[in-house]
Design a protein around this ligand. Structure first.
Ligand SMILES: O=C(CO)COP(=O)(O)O
Length: 252
């Protein structure tokens, strides 16, 4: 973690969460004291059906609300899709784009991820842009080149430390309980910093780089101490208030 960058711990609820899960959000928000919030930014990215309710529950509280995906267009004939403007209207301040589950389930390539990040900015949202290699790519020694290729293709020109967050999520670590070694995370995050600093100068120096993939309270401190890890993108553990608060505490 860098001392000059305020970390962000973001939860990604994926396709989980009914209105009854607003209690989980409230329990998280209750645990994020003003002191904690001064040291770490906290966010829950929930399914689009809950964005408005989460944002309402979040009024006057320190836990930000984000979406999990957006369409590239403002509106129109795109049945079932949600635009960045709709998320912003519902109270979101950020949106995840390019999650590996979108890249796999919906065939989203870098080009579309980039357009979604631009759509997020157009609506005034922070784009949380995800990258990460598959197990095969890691085993064949291509993790670094895959991630830098995704960064080049998915992060639009004009990215700043304010409008963008990058999340490194190795696909094989998501929901598996497996995590890369601290050395492997350091290698990828160091490369991401190098690429982003070369392309965006000071903005790249201070852009937040999150690690995601089986982050739990038990491994949060180790990951937090890796150079250029400025927070976490948390799936399963963000659905349990105690676990998520345990992770947040590691970054405070
Ligand atoms: O995909 C993730 C967050 O976006 C990570 O999920 P898990 O924390 O459940 O491994």
């Amino acid at each position: 973690m860098s001392k000059t960058i305020k970390p962000l711990v973001a939860g990604n609820w994926k396709m989980n969460g009914l209105r009854s899960h607003l209690d989980v959000y409230s329990a998280i928000a209750d645990g994020v004291t003003a002191n904690l919030a001064s040291k770490v930014d906290v966010m829950i990215c929930g399914p689009a059906t809950l964005t408005y309710a989460l944002a309402q529950a979040g009024k006057g509280r320190a836990v930000l609300v984000g979406g999990e995906d957006c369409h590239t267009a403002v509106g129109g004939a795109h049945t079932g899709d949600v635009s960045a403007e709709m998320l912003a209207d519902a109270g979101a301040t950020a949106v995840i784009v390019g999650h590996s589950e979108r890249r796999t389930d919906h065939g989203e390539a870098d080009e579309i991820v980039k357009a979604k990040a631009e759509a997020a900015w157009r609506a005034g949202l922070i784009a949380i842009i995800c990258v990460g290699e598959t197990e095969t790519e890691r085993k064949s020694g291509n993790a670094v080149s895959v991630v830098s290729g995704q960064l080049a293709g998915s992060v639009p020109d004009g990215a700043t430390a304010q409008n963008s967050v990058i999340a490194y999520e190795p696909v094989w670590a998501i929901g598996t309980g497996l995590t890369p070694t601290a050395v492997d995370v350091e290698e990828i995050h160091g490369e991401m910093r190098k690429v982003l600093s070369a392309r965006f100068d000071a903005e790249g120096d201070s852009m937040r780089l999150l690690y995601g993939g089986s982050v739990k309270p038990a491994n949060a401190s180790e990951l937090m101490n890796v150079a250029n890890v400025d927070g976490a993108l948390v799936g399963g553990a963000s659905l349990k208030a105690a676990d998520f608060l345990g992770i947040i505490a590691a970054y405070a």
